[in-house]
Design a binder for this molecule. Structure first.
Ligand code: KG4
Ligand code: ZN
Length: 356
């Protein structure tokens, strides 16, 4: 019997040191033999955000341990690995370098191909760890660093339809949480507080809401919260602001995703499928809102399992597996790319003077 392909995936783009081992399963979803994540929550919690040098040091401390752990859980020995896949961008240079250099050394010593993975491609494919999904589909990527609508035409072929012109959605959750002294990462904390708050107490702005297309903007929302902050004194106030903030986000996402459907259907009228990926896709209210929209618009919707929404290495190994099958390998000279985009033709859209 032919040996099934086994890939090791390594992820260190930000504040998670993750290693995963996948085994190909023919045409169906791969088997996830192991997927281990070491989060740096304790390292950064007093800073309200990720400190790059501390993050890189923590990756260096953990990468070897996490690799051994993933191998042990999967009961796979290194000599059975067929390729080494590692995130090479986008992300923090010092962090990416730890994972990619480790992967290069592993690939050299095992004499197995190196596959450099775009972290966003990992997110784009992540629901395929749990579902059989065919190309093409519409991707809504909502993470701490990115907020984009993209058509995923096939592996490695993406077209951006819309993007945030300022902050990423996860960033707005984190910054709002910081203003409310809730700690980092803020997304889950806001979601929890919002459950018992009055979502109609504060009217917050929805920047570029009525503009056509699927570009998004959150900076004005953040500024409004900064202004309201001085009136926030009690736990009740905090809950109401969290609930009002989340409700505003839901309204923005409902409308902009509907606009993105229109853009997408012009390209692929028959493939009505939406994938929502990235850390913010863990938010239950966002899931419910987008599910409702998809029911109304007759779209299939897929979310990765909760543990594959936030950063993980299984999605990196999966992208590695798809690339391995197409013999898309990289050589030892491949360098980390902190600004690596999925759609290289898409215009840079951030900052003053950018036309949307
Ligand atoms: O994908 P991810 O793990 O890292 C990046 O690639 O950026 O996303 C992390 C982001 C953080 O901003 C975090 O606050 C947000 O995802 N997040 C959430 C939730 N869980 C994580 N945002 C809103 N609601 C959540 N439940
Ligand atoms: Zn991510």
């Amino acid at each position: 019997m032919k040996k099934k392909i086994i890939i090791i995936g390594i992820e260190t783009s930000c504040d998670e040191t993750a290693v995963s081992i996948l085994r190909d399963n023919g045409k169906n979803r791969p088997e996830i033999l192991s997927s281990v994540v070491s989060s740096q929550f304790e390292v950064h919690k007093n800073f309200g955000g990720v400190v790059p040098d501390l993050a890189a040091r923590a990756h260096l401390d953990k990468i070897d341990i996490m690799t051994k752990k993933a191998l042990k859980i999967s009961k796979v020995s290194l000599k059975n690995i067929d390729a080494v896949a590692a995130t090479a961008g986008p992300g923090l240079v010092v962090c990416l370098s730890v994972g990619l250099n480790f992967a290069k050394a592993l690939s050299l010593s095992l004499k197995k191909p190196l596959i450099a993975i775009n972290h966003l491609e990992g997110h784009a494919l992540s629901p395929k760890l749990n579902f059989n999904i065919k190309y093409p589909y519409l991707l809504f990527l909502i993470s701490g660093g990115h907020t984009q609508y993209l058509t995923v035409n096939k592996l490695g072929n993406y077209k951006r339809l819309g993007t945030t012109i300022d902050d990423a959605l996860g960033e707005v959750f984190d910054k709002t949480a910081k203003l409310l002294n809730l700690g980092y990462p803020g997304g889950p904390k806001i979601e929890e507080l919002a459950k018992t708050g009055n979502e109609n107490r504060f009217a917050l702005p929805k920047p570029i809401f009525n503009r056509g297309g699927s570009n998004l903007s959150f900076a004005g929302l953040k500024t409004a919260i900064l202004r309201i902050k001085e009136y926030i004194k009690t736990d009740e106030d905090r809950k109401d602001l969290a609930a009002s903030f989340q409700k505003t986000i839901l309204e923005i996402l409902y409308k902009k995703t509907k606009n993105a459907f229109e853009q997408y259907l012009k390209l692929y009228p028959k493939n009505r499928a939406l994938i929502v990926a990235g850390g913010v896709a863990a938010n239950k209210q966002i899931r419910l809102t987008l599910k409702k929209l998809c029911q109304e618009e007759n779209f299939q919707i897929y979310f990765p399992d909760l543990n594959f929404c936030t950063d993980n290495a299984a999605m990196i190994a999966l992208a590695g597996l798809e690339r391995y099958k197409k013999k898309k390998f990289n050589n030892q000279n491949f360098e980390v790319n902190p600004r690596w985009q999925l759609d290289s033709k898409a215009k840079f859209m951030k900052g003053p003077g950018v036309k949307i």
